[in-house]
Design a protein around this ligand. Structure first.
Ligand code: 4AD
Ligand code: MG
Length: 482
């Protein structure tokens, strides 16, 4: 008997007819009155209702049909008596594929009731079985797919950049070392430092913090490329927006300037939001209702007035607000919030904006996504292009409501001499980056790119407020379980 996935059976345009004999496999969500099984196979949010005629079955077998057990059910599709579903399954054959231990299920997230996200996180291996996480991870998949589709439609090439690297692209020194040396007894140089010449690669290497530098090399030949891979940062920030291991998408485009870069980013983020609205409507609807319940529990002034659905539509339909860092500092300093001393951190030209400043701009002042450009050179990475004023760089950060920084990017410094000077100022050994510097010697051109934090994007489209809830197995300081 052919097995169908529940999404195929329940689809409005399903070719399956009433009376047709089919097989479904999945896990029991609930079993009521020894008669109604709610079966879920992960293909969609909805369960299929399977009806058993209990007189026909052995009591011992029925007893094994409990929440979380795995079944293979064969039977006829019949019109559903209850509301909500077009069809249900009249069961003719039951096979128990895997038993569940009812007293243990009681202790897990599979017990059908509302659980806290903290509790769900402790059981990250089981939380896929809940409606919320089913929806989140189906959407996560679709965001990834939409990203590949967006770039493919525009003639970008997907580039795999190395995960193990010797360079610190961002220059922030937040890297995880990769080594095969014995930590108890590493080979030493005469001066007592570790002799990395004896390590696997013959030099110190780490997990990548960004694929950008390598992407730039490819962009100056293939024209337009993007990376989509895991990145690692050993920053000790235990916030709801930081992971030690996260995924990043980094397009890099030859001949683009900062304005082109902003246009590409805006199109890209809007494309992802529309894709999710159009392709994951059932999951988004569920998460939107979930989000509305969460919002209702917050104090009035912290509530998001828009539902998740409205937020997605808002991003698609409205232009992002674009302004320079310098203008943003003015806005902050002229705000009542500032005058009433409500910011915890100081505001003045030259500071690195704190999340409270970014949130003020996005959520209070402009109430829409914001692109901030032209930051002070000192607070941004060495590779960003120096502006005419000699003190700002062609940087851009995209700030999203409820998320903060979702994208960071820039036009790159394509002038060899200026780049060399920047390396010196930032104490970056240009000779180690000889391969990067080389691109500026052989037909160097203006080029630009950006990095989208994949999980932050998934947070936005799912309405989940903690980044640990949009990646299957989060890695954060002191936490690498599962
Ligand atoms: O702003 P970042 O550090 O930019 C870069 O890495 C550049 N090389 C990108 C480029 O121009 N090609 O990081 C880019 C984005 C951030 O805006 C944020 O969304 C995300 O990556 N991000 C993190 N996401 C989760 N956890 C962390 N610890 C993150 N750090 C950055
Ligand atoms: Mg950044």
């Amino acid at each position: 008997m052919k097995r169908y996935r529940i999404s195929e059976i329940l689809a409005e345009n399903s070719p399956l007819k009433i009376g047709e004999e089919i097989n479904v496999k999945g896990w029991v969500r609930a079993f009521r009155s020894n008669r109604f099984i709610q079966l879920n196979d992960g293909s969609c949010m909805a369960n299929i209702q399977a009806v058993v005629d209990f007189e026909q079955w052995d009591e011992a077998l029925l007893k094994r049909i409990t929440t979380a057990s795995a079944l293979s059910l064969t039977g006829k599709l019949v019109e559903s008596q209850g509301a909500g579903q077009r069809v249900e399954l009249q069961v003719e054959h039951i096979e128990i594929l895997g038993d569940a231990h009812p007293d243990e299920v009681q202790k897990t997230v599979m017990q059908p009731k509302r659980h806290s996200l903290d509790f769900l996180r402790e059981q990250a291996h089981l939380r896929f079985r809940t409606n919320t996480f089913g929806a989140v991870f189906r959407i996560r998949h679709s965001v990834a797919f939409a990203i590949h589709q967006f770039f493919n439609e525009r003639g970008f090439y997907y580039l795999h950049t190395p995960i193990i690297t010797g360079s610190d692209a961002e220059g922030a020194g937040e890297m995880f070392r990769v080594t095969t040396l014995d930590p108890k007894n590493p080979p030493l140089n005469e001066d007592g430092t570790i002799d990395y010449k004896q390590d696997f690669f013959g030099k110190p290497v780490n997990l990548t913090v960004s694929g950008q530098l390598e992407a730039e090399l490819a962009a100056t030949a293939l024209g337009q490329v993007y990376t989509f891979g895991p990145t690692f940062r050993a920053e000790n920030s235990n916030t709801s927006r930081h992971l030690a291991e996260f995924w990043m998408i980094e397009p890099e485009v030859a001949f683009n300037n900062l304005k082109d870069n902003m246009d590409l980013t805006e199109d890209f983020l809007k494309y992802i939001c529309s894709y999710i609205l159009n392709h994951c409507s059932e999951d988004v609807k569920f998460l939107s209702e979930r989000d509305a319940q969460e919002q209702a529990q917050k104090p009035q002034n912290e509530r998001n007035e828009m539902t998740l659905l409205e937020r997605l539509k808002f991003v698609i339909e409205n232009p992002f607000k674009r302004l320079t860092y310098t203008e943003a500092i003015d806005v902050l300093m002229n705000s009542n919030h500032y005058k009433k001393k409500k910011f915890k951190y100081p505001v003045e030209w030259g500071i690195d904006l704190q999340s409270e400043h970014e949130r003020y701009l996005v959520e209070k002042e402009f109430n829409c996504p914001v692109i901030l450009t032209d930051y002070p050179a000192k607070i941004k990475a060495f590779y960003m292009r120096l502006n005419e004023d000699g003190k700002t760089v062609a940087a851009m950060d995209v700030l999203f409501p409820g998320i903060g920084e979702i994208v960071g990017g820039s036009q790159r410094e394509e002038r060899y001499d200026v780049l060399l000077q920047k390396c010196e100022e930032f104490h970056i050994p240009a000779e180690e980056l000889w391969w990067y510097m080389d691109t500026r010697k052989f037909g160097t051109v203006p080029h630009a790119g950006f990095g989208l934090g994949f999980e932050r994007m998934v947070m936005f489209v799912t309405g989940m407020s903690n980044i640990r809830d949009v990646i299957p197995f989060p890695r954060t300081p002191l936490n690498a379980e599962f």
